[in-house]
Design a protein around this ligand. Structure first.
Ligand code: GLP
Length: 261
């Protein structure tokens, strides 16, 4: 796991966007896994800037989002599909038919989940998966206790996540209890995982993910088994890491050919 600690959310988002842009420049038809929540917003703004000002094209890119609320679709402002359109898709040149998000209105949820997995496999897998992390350590909506090799499926949100996401809906009662999420096994199959985390509320989950024991109790810890996981933090999210100084030394001493910036 590569841990990069930046001095601000903004510089972390810019670096994250650069890493994704590099994947697309090397492979214009890249398959990108995307995430929602407040964490990736700065990264999305930078991707939009790279598209508008530096000609980065998403025409051949295919995207797969991590998760969606059951019962919500594009008509609901808190659905992940509408969030994604608002924050990214409407501002870049990605083709509508290349956008994939679990269908919150699916009548047959298990069939939709299997088809989602099949589509990812048939296209050759995800080249880079963007991730945030929940305060309780969840990736996507894989709550504590999720199978470490799970695939796309229905999950029930924990009270902690319902509370954390109530800010978007107005009250906890309005947050859907059920969601569909890529599994931890789905995420682990991505060639690269790129996780961003900001703020002191994430410090414990980040500590567990990077330096804790691998356990379904902290789902993010599964990334310790990933062969190419890059974690970009701000100082507050990195505050509980014991090997902070070492991560900084590693990043500062990277050979030029490994550098993004
Ligand atoms: C949400 C999403 C996750 C996200 C996390 C953190 O519920 N399902 O993909 O990483 O919780 O959200 P935020 O980035 O707003 O802190």
């Amino acid at each position: 796991m590569e841990v990069i600690i930046k001095d601000s959310k903004k510089s972390a988002g810019i670096l994250g966007a650069k890493i994704i842009a590099d994947v697309i420049k090397k492979k214009p038809g890249a398959v990108i896994g995307l995430a929602t929540g407040s964490t990736p917003l700065g990264l999305y703004d930078e991707l939009v800037r790279l598209h508008r000002e530096e000609g980065l094209s998403f025409k051949e890119v295919t995207s797969f989002n991590l998760d969606e609320y059951v019962g919500l679709g594009i008509e609901h402002k808190c659905s992940f599909i509408s969030e994604m359109h608002q924050n990214l898709f409407s501002k870049i040149d990605i083709n509508n038919e290349s956008i994939n998000i679990p269908d919150g209105h699916a009548k047959n949820i298990p069939a939709m989940c299997s088809a989602y997995e099949e589509k990812i496999q048939n296209i050759g897998g995800i080249d880079i998966q963007l991730l945030g992390i929940g305060n309780d350590g969840h990736l996507g909506f894989n709550e504590p206790g999720s199978s470490l090799s799970s695939r796309t499926r229905l999950k029930t949100l924990s009270h902690e996540t319902l509370q954390a996401n109530a800010r978007h809906f107005g009250s906890i009662e309005q947050v859907p209890r059920h969601v569909v999420t890529m599994g931890l096994g789905t995420i682990m199959a991505a060639k690269t995982c790129l996780l961003l985390a900001f703020g002191e509320d994430k410090a414990e989950a980040v500590y567990q993910m990077v330096e804790g024991a691998v356990s379904a109790t902290w789902p993010g810890t599964i990334l310790q088994h990933h062969q190419r996981a890059v974690v970009i933090l701000d100082e507050a999210a990195a505050a509980k890491l014991k090997r902070r100084q070492y991560y900084n030394e590693v990043y500062a001493g990277k050979p030029d050919w490994q550098r993004w910036e």
